[in-house]
Design a protein. Structure first.
Length: 84
């Protein structure tokens, strides 16, 4: 899984979201709706495509992807997470 060693270039939120999404899938108990939303975002903006990079003309989905990644990461670091 080379992706897990990939840092987001130019703040590409798809990479941030993919990291949190993969961890949440591997952990058990993640909210199914949150996983479905993240998967839909990653389908719309493929990982590493640069679609969700930071900048003046950033895609309006970028802050949503960052929020999704944050929510999944919060789960991944919580006591609810089976592997935390």
């Amino acid at each position: 899984m080379e992706l897990l060693n990939t840092s987001p270039k130019k703040g590409d939120a798809s990479v941030l979201l993919a990291h949190a999404f993969i961890a949440a899938i591997l952990n058990t108990g993640a909210d199914a709706g949150a996983l479905a939303d993240a998967e839909a975002m990653l389908n719309a903006h493929p990982v590493g495509s640069g679609d969700l990079k930071a900048g003046k003309n950033a895609d309006p989905d970028r802050p949503i992807a960052i929020d999704q990644a944050g929510a999944l990461q919060t789960f991944n670091e919580s006591e609810e997470c089976s592997l935390s």
